[in-house]
Design a protein around this ligand. Structure first.
Ligand code: GCU
Length: 341
């Protein structure tokens, strides 16, 4: 059942309430705490496969005390709603795009910068370096949230219903859905398009209704989310590599004893490794299906004019958050080491 239907039946406050009331699994002999993880992707998506591996691992190691349940497809709400539920402890984990985490701390803006990484290798190396990620991932501790690992969400590109995007000026006047992040809105302003921020689950209907002219995302959005039914041009301008983050309720994590915490940390590693191992094949499959079954045209524009148009965002974000400078500089070292080929 899709989120909208579920929420209209329950009301999001009621959902939160019912989750709190059923914090334990119920039956007289079953005192396990239920750990709920919500995410927006389908049950075929690498994120879901990785979270299922985590659930299996925790259930195997700590099954007498915990029972992990994974809820895909926005069943527990939109990404922002689920992050709020994680903040209050109504659920324990959510997979949130780094983009929406800007609402919780401006520190996260750094990983939303267009063309931040020079290559996929630089992106992966930087995201695997705690010197880069810790200051950001722990920035929301006081708000009750902490990021425990990252997931590859590929490269984001523009895709449109009717207008092929070959250069930034092709975006002029087009209504493009972006994630709910000030950096993304500014990105569209610099490109001359009109940013329409909305939750992921609302995009299909908005495209279908003609409220949007296009959106931007990785290739899986075309197939897994059906956007390729409507959008027939996917343009590799390669503007962002925005990671997904596994966000935990801080109090839940802090209350684990050291033995349990070690097991959870191993579980977080399993999420990261499983998802990354599945990602490249998932993208190749999605591209093949979009191109050959859905009739989506893939375009390969010169990325330089896009990069130039969005470049001012780097200085804007660094000026507003000077504490990000050392992290930004460290990322540049990875960019030099793993330059684009
Ligand atoms: C990707 C990403 C999601 C995000 C979505 C979006 O699918 O993995 O975390 O919600 O993009 O554009 O909203």
């Amino acid at each position: 059942m899709k989120r909208r239907k579920f929420l209209s039946l329950m009301g999001s406050a009621a959902v939160a309430g019912s989750l709190l009331l059923t914090g334990c699994s119920g039956g007289d002999s079953d005192h396990r705490k239920i750990i709920r993880i919500g995410h927006v992707q389908s049950a075929n998506h690498p994120d879901h496969i990785a979270l299922t591996a985590f659930a299996d691992y925790i259930n195997e190691k700590l099954g007498d005390k915990y029972k992990v349940e994974v809820y895909p497809s926005e069943l527990l709400g939109s990404q922002t709603e689920m992050t709020q539920l994680t903040q209050t402890g109504a659920i324990d984990f959510v997979v949130a795009s780094n983009a929406i985490m800007e609402t919780f701390s401006s520190q996260y803006q750094i990983f939303n910068l267009p063309y931040l990484f020079s290559s996929e290798e630089a992106y992966h190396a930087a995201m695997d370096d705690p010197e880069v990620t810790d200051p950001i991932f722990l920035a929301t501790e006081k708000a009750g949230l902490v990021a425990v690992t990252w997931l590859d969400a590929g490269t984001r590109n523009f895709y449109t219903v009717k207008t092929p995007i070959n250069q930034p000026s092709d975006l002029k006047g087009l209504k493009i859905r972006v994630q709910q992040s000030p950096t993304n809105v500014e990105m569209m302003r610099l490109l001359g398009g009109t940013a329409t921020p909305m939750g992921f689950g609302d995009v299909y209907t908005a495209l279908q209704a003609g409220i949007l002219d296009g959106a931007e995302n990785n290739e899986l959005a075309l197939t897994d989310n059906g956007h390729g039914d409507i959008c027939k041009y996917y343009s590799y301008d390669m503007h962002q590599m925005v990671p997904d983050l596994v966000i935990a309720n801080y109090e839940f994590l802090s209350n684990l004893d050291s033995e349990e915490r070690a097991i959870f940390d191993e579980g977080f590693k399993i999420i990261n490794e499983t998802e990354r191992a599945a990602w490249a094949d998932a993208v190749a499959e999605a591209k093949d299906k979009a191109e050959n079954e859905m009739g989506v045209n893939f375009l390969y524009p010169d990325t330089a004019p896009f990069q130039e148009a969005m470049a001012p965002l780097h200085d804007e974000v660094l000026e507003a958050n000077p504490e990000l400078q050392p992290i930004y500089d460290r990322i540049q070292e990875y960019n030099a080491e793993y330059a684009a080929n």
